[in-house]
Structure formats: C-alpha cells, structure tokens
Ligand binder design. Structure first.
Ligand code: SF4
Length: 210
C-alpha cells in the first residue's frame, strides 16, 4: 500500500467558527463555512473544495491531452455543481460538469475531450468505490518511549500514539517490521530514508530525537 500523496493534507480548526487551516505540500490556505452556516466565508467551504478537486483535475487532464495532440485550444473552463436526490430509498449525489472550450473545436474533438474528462483521476475516484477510514489520536499520553539508534540518528517511538494501520511497516518494511523484535531495524535503510518515513507518521508516534 502506498498513499497517493507523500505528505498528507492536514487540516486543523481552533475556536473561531469555522475557520480551518489546510496545510498542503508547499503552504497553507483557509477554508471556512458560508455565513448562512455560521462561518465567515473566509475561504472555500468543503463542498466547494470537493468540486474544485474534480474541476481542476479535469482541466489538467484535458490540457495534457490537448498538448499531446497539438490541438489549438488555448483556454478551457469547467463549471461543476452537484445535487442530491433519493432513488429507491437511497440518496444519490449527482455531479454535473460543464466543459466550455472558449474557442471553436470540432464535434470529434469535443466528443474525445468529454471522454478524456470522464477518466481524469478524480473522476475515477468519485465514480469508483470509496471507503473513508477514521482513526483518532490525542497528545495526552506520552509516558512510554522507545529509542532506536544508528551512528547518525535516533528514532523515538511512542507506542501510545501508534494506532495507525502500519503505514510505516508498509512503506519501509526493511526498517519497520512489527513481526520481529526489535521492530525497528536502523540498518534497514539510509538515515535519509528513515527520516523521510518518520516524517510520514501521521500521529507523532515516530519522531527523530533532537
Ligand atoms: S509508527 Fe506511525 S506510521 Fe507507524 S504504524 Fe504507528 S502511527 Fe502508523
């Protein structure tokens, strides 16, 4: 198993209604709820973020395809919205995506680009089977610690915080192997590889000693 993103998207909220800070690879942005939902509309709401993901993935996929074909389509816009309806007692979410090529294209090009849009990666995720797994952590019990050292760095593991489905063991099994003791083998990879894997631990169970 390998996650799509090397660094997870991390969102946090304080007491200010309902301003969320979203951290991504290279920075941060604010998300919020509209005033009608009690927020201050300081940033996109969760529905907008979801639809933005589909819209931008559609555009990037089309741009790659158009450039590969050498077609003259300088600008494309996409408008995305959704609604929900009950079908046979089940709530179904319908997302409508309107492509606008903002310049003349042939019928054949238009049809081809519709097909390409339908298979952009986010379309495939949304139309495939999705499972959301939820894990819960807190920072309140750090009493136990184990340290593992090579000549260069020391990895600290706090078992109380380790409740994840073995992300480290899946991604760097030569170092993190719960089937053996000690479960961390500091000779199994370079210090740099170990550092990078430790940074991916989502709970803070793994860290590098200062
Ligand atoms: S140490 Fe971190 S990455 Fe590894 S299993 Fe525990 S929580 Fe997951």
């Amino acid at each position: 198993m390998k996650y799509d993103l090397e660094h997870p998207v991390v969102a946090s909220i304080g007491t200010e209604k309902y301003k969320c800070t979203v951290e991504w690879r290279h920075g941060k942005f604010i998300a919020d709820e509209p005033e009608s939902s009690g927020g201050k509309d300081k940033g996109p709401d969760p529905y907008t973020l979801l639809l933005s993901s589909l819209g931008t993935c559609t555009l990037a996929t089309l741009r790659m395809y158009i450039d590969r074909k050498g077609w003259d389509v300088p600008k494309i816009a996409v408008s995305v919205n959704m609604y929900h309806e009950v079908r046979d007692g089940k709530t179904v979410t319908v997302i409508d995506r309107d492509l606008n090529f903002l310049s003349p294209v042939t019928d054949e090009q238009r049809e081809r680009m519709v097909q390409i849009a339908k298979v952009c990666p986010i379309s495939k995720i949304l139309e495939g089977e999705i499972q959301v797994r939820t894990f819960a952590y807190s920072d309140n019990d750090e009493s136990q610690k184990h340290s593992y050292t090579n000549d260069d760095i020391t990895v600290v593991w706090k078992p109380e915080l380790c409740r994840h489905a073995a992300r480290c063991a899946t991604q760097l099994p030569t170092v993190f192997n719960p089937a053996v003791k000690p479960w961390v083998n500091m000779d199994g990879a370079t210090s740099q590889e170990i550092r990078e894997q430790v940074a991916r631990c989502p709970t803070g169970a793994l860290s590098i000693a200062k």
